[in-house]
Design a protein around this ligand. Structure first.
Ligand SMILES: Cc1cc2nc3c(=O)[nH]c(=O)nc-3n(C[C@H](O)[C@H](O)[C@H](O)COP(=O)(O)OP(=O)(O)OC[C@H]3O[C@@H](n4cnc5c(N)ncnc54)[C@H](O)[C@@H]3O)c2cc1C
Length: 465
């Protein structure tokens, strides 16, 4: 195979770029340092139970337009289901609210949710409705000014949200969506995810859940697609640097020796970029990405003796864990006679250094105080997955640290990854957009994905039941 393009990194950004390039007839080689493709969205087998676990539970939304297009291309579209509604929100002490949307244009589709938030006063709910209308119907305004403001400054200031609405709705919602607490997250990022996702309409706002591990949804089918189109994927191959001549990259230096190509896509995490590009004469703006700080996510996979949840996903309010997912429909399922769930704690800085035992106890405890059925069931197994660098912190001012795909200053080396300037927080959708945008640049085509566009309706089968 002659190598037209080398893609470094087999996360969703690199795989999206490589699939796109291989399908357009270019000779593609993917270099990945680890032994499993998929990056932060990879699957692995739990040796004790035989269950397929993901590097943290992931949730997609109907507005993940490019991701849905990628899974359609890979033929795994049928392995995603739209979550059944209403999505319950469990409060400490057994109180319950819900998120429920109807087929109305956004943001009117969310009116039933406001009606269901009985843990908040009518006045609080009216203010939430007003804030939602402003976000959904007005433009971003002065985006730069908004990016210098924290999400909580914006919510408590111009958006007029009360202390109780912050504690019992916005804090958990923003933390779960941005992987950062509202007081430390950029207001721009919050407004973007509300506009593009939650408030964009019924279908765009629907949570989508894989019925298989993320490895079977994207990583392995993508590797197969690249190989079927004549490309190759070299695992356990670490890129250490690049060679350049006359303002162009000529080769990557790897643990297997130097490899040449006509074009390069660097799809590694932000904290690896400087190590690879330092000394290559690239623009300083790219090396600034090193200043993006990481934010951890902790996922606890719990097995119970009896079922504890009737819905595929539920929100947990007022504690350290934010979501609870039913994993019993994910193939291959949990061992016979047990019921499998995962609890997710975003922005888990205060949790990630605890022992796995303490974290699992904390998750089981928070679930038990909120969900009555969990009090009647026994936890028979737990596995804790910590990712200390799950995403970058979308802090105020971080937009300036996120380079564009062609910011390297080398004419044939492009940057992909959830941390590049997609306009979105670190998400699967941002990763896929960034990879496909690089594929467009390699082919010399005008990129249609420079900005996330308004969501289109996703046709996804609904969760059974
Ligand atoms: C626990 C957790 C939960 C999450 N939940 C969600 C969610 O619910 N919804 C959502 O949309 N997003 C979620 N995310 C974020 C999402 O997983 C990431 O945004 C996305 O996977 C990033 O993809 P990427 O390709 O940009 O980077 P990565 O996945 O980090 O891929 C980079 C790849 O480059 C490889 N690499 C690094 N250095 C080198 C080198 N020198 N040479 C060769 N290869 C190298 C790495 O091994 C890796 O495979 C979550 C993330 C985590 C960790």
């Amino acid at each position: 195979m002659s190598t037209d393009v080398i893609v470094v990194g087999a996360g969703w950004a690199g795989l999206a770029a490589a699939v796109d390039l291989a399908r357009s007839g270019l000779g593609v080689r993917v270099l990945e340092s680890s032994s499993i493709p998929g990056g932060r969205a990879r699957s692995f087998m739990d040796r004790v139970t035989g269950e397929t676990l993901d590097n943290g539970q992931h949730l997609m939304l109907g507005c993940y337009r490019e991701t849905l297009d990628l899974v359609r291309t890979l033929g795994t579209h049928h392995l995603l289901t739209a979550s059944r509604e209403p999505i319950p929100l469990f409060l400490d002490g057994g109180e319950r609210a819900s998120i429920r949307s109807v087929k109305l244009p956004g943001p009117l589709h969310m009116l039933p949710s406001l009606a269901d938030m009985r843990h908040l006063s009518v006045r609080d709910r009216l203010r939430m409705g007003r804030a939602a209308a402003v976000v959904a119907l007005a433009g971003l305004g002065d985006a730069r000014r908004l990016d210098s403001m924290s999400a909580s400054d914006w919510l408590e200031g111009p958006a007029g949200q009360s202390a109780r609405a912050m504690k019992m709705f916005w804090d958990p919602l923003v933390t779960a969506m941005l992987n950062e607490e509202p007081r430390r997250a950029s207001a721009t990022m919050l407004v973007v995810v509300l506009r593009e996702g939650l408030l964009a309409g019924h279908e765009p706002s629907r949570p989508l859940l894989p019925t298989v591990g993320l490895g079977d949804l994207v990583a392995r089918p993508a590797v197969r697609a690249i190989q079927d189109h004549g490309g190759d994927v070299l695992m356990r191959t670490r890129v250490r640097g690049i060679r350049t001549r006359g303002g162009q990259a000529t080769a990557v230096c790897t643990s297997r020796g130097d490899m040449e190509a006509d074009a390069f896509v660097l799809a590694v995490p932000s904290w690896r970029i400087a190590g690879i590009l330092d000394g290559a004469g690239v623009s300083h703006a790219v090396l600034e990405a090193d200043r993006l700080e990481p934010s951890p996510i902790v996922t606890v996979f719990l097995r119970y003796r009896r079922p504890i949840l009737d819905e595929p996903v539920a929100g947990l309010l007022g504690g350290r864990f934010h979501w609870l997912f039913d994993r019993n429909d994910i193939e291959p399922g949990p061992p016979r006679g047990t019921w499998s769930y995962s609890a997710v704690a975003s922005a888990a800085t205060g949790l990630v250094d605890d022992t796995s035992r303490d974290i699992a106890d904390a998750a089981a405890g928070e679930i038990a105080t909120r969900i009555p059925a969990a009090r009647r069931s026994l936890v028979v197994g737990a596995r804790v997955v910590k990712d200390r660098r799950a995403t970058f912190r979308p802090a105020p001012g971080t937009a300036a640290l996120r380079p564009g795909p062609d910011a390297s200053g080398l004419g044939n080396l492009f940057l992909a990854g959830d941390w590049t300037d997609t306009g979105l927080p670190a998400t699967l959708e941002g990763a896929v957009i960034s990879g496909r945008r690089c594929a467009d640049l390699v082919r010399g085509r005008p990129s249609v994905r420079d900005r996330p566009s308004k969501c289109k309706t996703a046709r996804i089968p609904h969760h059974p039941g």
